[in-house]
Design a protein around this ligand. Structure first.
Ligand SMILES: Cc1cc2nc3c(=O)[nH]c(=O)nc-3n(C[C@H](O)[C@H](O)[C@H](O)COP(=O)(O)O)c2cc1C
Length: 366
């Protein structure tokens, strides 16, 4: 596959991304859990809007639950009702109207056995009791994640219901004006936990073998694809490894990526970890990029890379050397929501500013 540079465009189906610098999904835990559960608000508009005005080519809105039980915390965003669709419409409209051709996607997910927790913004670290607005979580088996409350092992009916919830959420994402959909298949949440041999110890057709463990993720991909236009890209964030059997996990991830590609997935967003608590990994600059490079080469499909990418030269090098097709930035974008403008300046590329900022020529201050 061809290599690229940070400010080259990329086309996925009918969506033209003006360059390869993207915003990674980031939960804000900022919904009102009592009066407007799952409904994004002014905070989300400003948070996501700032990246649009700062020059990002693609912004992925935070992990958004496909049903109320799929939330990580009571303050998560959702896509299970019309009020949520209307609130997201305001945000997608802003991004399209007030950016230089930025696109916005949404990460749809289900928290599985890592759901019903207190937001990390407030703590404490643990499960919210039902008396305080928590709920019973669901997972492949009834094994708990660390000190969180034990989930119930999903029945086959519950598995089919959640597949349908993903499909309905995808349909709502289209109505809300998103340009693409990212399936959250990473970080130990429901889809990832079904794929992990460490977590999915089911003995029926939804677990037990490598192929059975892919059944739920692939069924969700098929169900989403059936509900969205052919012109709309579908991407999947995966955890390439649980950081234990790294090579075995990578082989499994490459196999999954190949099957996902056959089913119409356009790009794999390669992250890692989340199924096992309290891991002590060495997370320096670009620590997950080699996983993306392997999947790109061996599944022969576009990938995004994420993880401690903070600098324009670093991002450009990853792309120029063919390790990925795009770079997702998370914490560096919180620190500087105009990261892409600064990167363009550093690399000697002229990225157009939004009109409100272009006439005073802010680039002269960089
Ligand atoms: C505040 C915050 C919220 C996050 N929420 C999500 C999320 O909703 N979905 C997801 O896949 N990853 C989430 N992540 C992980 C990031 O998308 C990213 O993969 C990780 O922070 C590594 O990238 P970075 O080194 O550029 O921050 C979150 C990270 C942060 C800092």
């Amino acid at each position: 596959m061809k290599t690229s540079t940070l400010f080259e465009p990329l086309t996925l189906r009918s969506v033209n991304l003006p360059h390869r610098g993207w915003v990674s999904p980031m939960c804000q835990y900022s919904c009102d859990p009592v009066h407007a559960p799952g409904v994004p608000n002014d905070w989300h508009l400003v948070h996501l809007g700032s990246f649009a005005t700062g020059g990002a080519a693609l912004i992925i809105a935070e992990s958004t639950a496909v049903n109320p039980e799929g939330r990580i915390s009571p303050r998560d965003t959702g896509l299970w009702n019309d009020a949520q669709v209307a609130a997201w419409q305001r945000i997608t409209h802003f991004v399209h109207a007030h950016s230089h051709d930025a696109k916005i996607g949404i990460q749809i997910g289900h928290a599985g056995r890592k759901g019903a927790t207190y937001p990390p913004t407030t703590g404490p670290d643990g499960t919210v009791p039902t008396s305080e607005g928590g709920w019973q979580t669901l997972a492949p088996t009834d094994a708990a994640f660390g000190h969180y409350s034990a989930p119930l092992a999903m029945t086959v009916e519950q598995i089919h219901a959640v597949i349908e919830d993903f499909a309905e959420a995808a349909k709502r994402a289209v109505a809300a004006g998103f340009d693409l959909i990212e399936l959250h298949g990473a970080h130990g949440y429901l889809v990832d936990s079904f794929r992990s041999p460490l977590v999915n110890q089911r003995t029926d057709e939804w677990g037990g073998t490598d192929d059975n463990r892919l059944k739920l993720p692939l069924a969700i991909i098929d169900a989403i694809r059936a509900k969205i236009p052919d012109t709309m890209p579908l991407i999947v964030r995966i955890s390439a490894t649980d950081w234990d059997d790294i090579e075995g996990d990578l082989q499994r991830s490459i196999h999954f990526a190949r099957l996902a590609k056959e089913r119409g997935v356009d790009l794999i967003d390669v992250s890692a970890g989340g199924n096992v608590p309290n891991l002590n990994i060495s997370s320096g600059p670009g620590y997950q990029t080699s996983f993306a490079a392997r999947i790109r080469a061996e599944a022969d499909m576009p990938v995004g890379t994420v993880g401690a990418i903070t600098d324009a030269l670093q991002a450009d090098h990853i792309l120029r050397t063919g390790q990925a097709d795009g770079v997702f930035i998370a914490r560096a974008a919180l620190a500087d929501p105009r990261w892409w403008q600064r990167a363009a300046h550093q690399l000697g590329y002229e990225l157009p500013w939004v009109p409100q900022y272009s006439w005073p020529q802010p680039q002269t201050t960089y």
